[in-house]
Design a protein around this ligand. Structure first.
Ligand SMILES: Cc1cc2nc3c(=O)[nH]c(=O)nc-3n(C[C@H](O)[C@H](O)[C@H](O)COP(=O)(O)OP(=O)(O)OC[C@H]3O[C@@H](n4cnc5c(N)ncnc54)[C@H](O)[C@@H]3O)c2cc1C
Length: 394
């Protein structure tokens, strides 16, 4: 077999094909933009077709009917403040670990690459807390999940909808002891772009990074900030509208090609639970908006509903109609818009410094549109994450 997908742009880089190949002849290799794609060693390939059969982009997605939604947040303030949204991931993860289960999620490795790992210890959950706006490398996670499931352990697997799709496709059957939690996903930025941004920040600081947070809540949940602590004790902290990585992310100039036509956008999901930020909460339940982070919790399956019953005492929550809840979160069902400057941004990543790159490729008509939209929303007395972009930045 020479290729899995006719259009490689549809590939989400989920690792399912590599993991299932019985001859180990698929490797995931980075392209010039920094995204992983399967490469088949045609000399070793026996043309069994398994990779095509299980590709989550090609296969029919199975979902249960009637998802239900809540606005919710973790009652434990310190966990909520350390999380990107309402801290519900931690509540689910703690429940699973208390039952001798295993939790998989995205974290930084020692060089701040974003990778999927697992833990069996509550003290290690901290590394998964918080969104990292970079595509996470699945590596051997699906195989490990299967091993734990076969041992009868409870497993909570968390990730983007395409990663959940990849896992389900690889497993090829339902496991009662598996719980999958995805999120409403804007899209995933290139690991290469993240690497260049990290280097840019470390060069300015004259020191390697020690701690990085994409979603600090110092200025509130809606106006979150990206922060770095460096080994020389210097710090960087900028709100989303001023940070270059977040600008590139929200301007859609550094996302994976498949994110612009994502085949996992759907009200009905393969996961048991979907988490998201409850943008617009102030317009629905004002009492649940203290700007510390409120989550949108969607229960997609009977398993998800049963888990909610077990952990709900740890949350403040209110039931909400799903259509109302996703009104301010179009990423639930719609892919991000293609930005005509995207390819220029990625082609020049090694030629122009990060600050100049963002200034050159993230301004212009799209910026004015975004500004106008933000002004329109703010002038109606509503807050919005898409805050004004511009001004002087360092
Ligand atoms: C790339 C990305 C795009 C997102 N886009 C949206 C959006 O458009 N709208 C919206 O409402 N919410 C979006 N979210 C989800 C949101 O930011 C929160 O992650 C979610 O609401 C859970 O919050 P929490 O407070 O419960 O848990 P937290 O502790 O904040 O989140 C931790 C969870 O996020 C997972 N995670 C972190 N980074 C990654 C990653 N790179 N890849 C896979 N999983 C990751 C961890 O495995 C863990 O399950 C996005 C998250 C990511 C990572």
């Amino acid at each position: 077999m020479s290729k899995i997908l006719d259009d490689l742009k549809a590939c989400s880089g989920c690792y399912a094909c590599q993991t299932i190949c019985p001859r180990y002849c698929i490797t995931m290799q980075s392209d010039e933009e920094g995204f992983w794609y399967p490469k088949i060693n045609s000399e070793r390939c026996i043309d069994c077709g398994l990779c095509r059969k299980i590709c989550p982009v090609l296969r029919d997605k199975k979902a249960e009917a009637s998802p239900i939604a809540y606005a919710a947040y973790n009652k434990r303030e310190e966990i909520r403040m350390a999380s990107s949204s309402g801290g519900l991931f931690s509540l689910l993860a703690e429940y699973v670990i208390q039952r001798d289960g295993v939790v998989f999620g995205a974290c930084f490795d020692e060089r701040f690459h974003v990778v999927h790992q697992y833990t069996e210890r509550k003290e290690e959950l901290e590394k998964f807390r918080g969104s990292k706006y970079v595509q996470s490398k699945i590596g051997e996670s699906y195989q490990k999940v299967k091993e734990f499931l076969m041992d009868g352990r409870m497993v909570l697997f968390t990730g983007t909808p395409c990663q959940i799709g990849g896992l389900k496709a690889y497993l090829q059957k339902e496991y009662e002891n598996l719980i999958c939690q995805d999120m409403i996903c804007h899209g995933v930025p290139s690991p290469k772009v993240w690497d260049r941004y990290l280097k840019y920040r470390e060069t300015i600081a004259g020191s390697a990074a020690q701690k990085i947070t994409f979603r600090g809540k110092k200025n509130g949940w809606k106006r979150f900030s990206v922060s770095f602590l460096f080994k020389n004790d210097s710090e960087y902290d900028e709100t989303l509208d001023r940070d270059f990585m977040m600008t590139a992310f929200l301007k859609n100039v550094c996302l994976r090609p498949s994110c612009y036509n994502c085949s996992f956008k759907n009200i009905r999901r393969e996961s048991d639970i979907t988490l998201a930020d409850f943008w617009g909460i102030q317009n629905i339940f004002l009492g649940m908006d203290d700007d510390k982070g409120t989550s949108l919790l969607i229960l997609n399956s009977l398993k998800g509903k049963a888990l909610f019953e077990k952990v709900k005492n740890g949350m403040e929550y209110r039931s909400v109609a799903l259509q109302e809840a996703i009104k301010y979160n179009p990423a639930m069902t719609q892919s991000v818009l293609w930005n005509s400057k995207r390819n220029g941004f990625l082609k020049n990543i090694d030629k122009i410094s990060f600050d100049k790159l963002v200034k050159r490729y993230c301004s212009g008509s799209l910026l004015s549109k975004c500004r106008k939209k933000a002004y329109a929303i703010l002038s109606k007395g509503k807050s919005c994450i898409c805050v004004l972009i511009g001004g002087k930045r360092r």
